[in-house]
Ligand binder design. Sequence first.
Ligand code: PSV
Ligand code: MN
Length: 416
Amino acid sequence: MSRKNAEAQFRLLREEWGDKGIDLDAVSRKCMELRIETPSWAYANCGTRFGLVKDPAAPRNAYEKLSDGAQVHRFTGITPAVAVHVLWDNVPDWADLQKHAVSQGIRIGAINPNLFTEPQYKFGSICNADPKVRRAAVDNMKNSVDIGRQVGSNLLSLWFADGTNYPGQGDFRRRKAWMEQCLADVYAHMPKSMRMLVEYKFFEPAFYHTDIADWGISTLLTKKLGERAQVLVDLGHHAHATNIPWIVSTLITEGKLGGFHFNDRKYADDDLTTGCMNPYELFLIFNELVAGMEDPSLKTDFAFMIDEMPVIKPRIESMIQSAVNLQEAYAKALLVDRAKLSEAQDDNRIIDAEEVIRAAWTADVKPILEVGRMRKGLDPDPLGAYRKSGYYAKTLKERSIPETSRRTTKKRMQKV
Ligand code: PSV
Ligand code: MN
């Protein structure tokens, strides 16, 4: 849509929603204040267990991953941080990597220690029967806490592949005790400004049981640990038909919703573009988030992160799509007439309640977001503007040169 058309449409919508008591200028502003982290691992070459899908323009090290992440922020204006995986993104000097990020207009976000790739974790990390492996896992997490301290990141994001494949393979009770001890040790090492987010996933890589399989066990663990330990909800980590909006609402009331790994799926943990399959569910999740944020009796601070693997899509474009889809879901949730909804709920007027939700869900929010971007000096169409920027062609050319022949990045790189 042209800039003029967007403005004209926005004015019409502003009048329409203004009559219903909703301030579209505020909605547009809030949507531009949304903050979402993108994952460093989504920019790199990634694949499935059937093989790696290579992109010749893919970043070759952590510096280049952050440069790519900066592009998403440059065009969307809402993704100013990139989450890093300690191991996949290892660099000799994290402060230098942060300096690079800042020079690109972004920063390092959540620190994710990797507790599953190395051979020592074959039988698990914090639930491993071998105390030496549990110690290594704790040290690895403490190292991530220290990296966070160094770069000024306040989020330690934890996911454990721990589980068993066969009945009888492990002792559930002993594993739970080991897990609690290890996490308490790491929690005590965190500075007061840091939060620990504990992610759950019901299966994979383990196929019989997983030690942190659902939000129930994450909540139990984080409650025992303390206020700065919270649950991380990854949208791909539930059985089908699980009501995620309800989980979200419940966690908010308990002060235990720490953040999200946004993505979408058709089958299991597909890690597809956020909002590509179940946009209505995404909107319903945001509906609960907004309800929670607008409730003065609740304390909320959600870390919004994307966790995707754009295996066959151009990575930066895919991230822009996800960020925009998230912004649309948020915009729609801000349009829900909460007073009207509450009245209909109290009177058991089911159809009226549902119609309030549907009025927001079916609203055209594109002009609201386009105007919001223009007011921030951005192009109203982030994907189109990125495509026109020529960044992909530029990196394709640069990154086709073997890295060993490039002095600067070679010095910095340790592991892709
Ligand atoms: C596990 O499936 C997960 O969702 C965790 O967040 C990991 O850190 C991430 O994917 C990348 O493998
Ligand atoms: Mn995840």
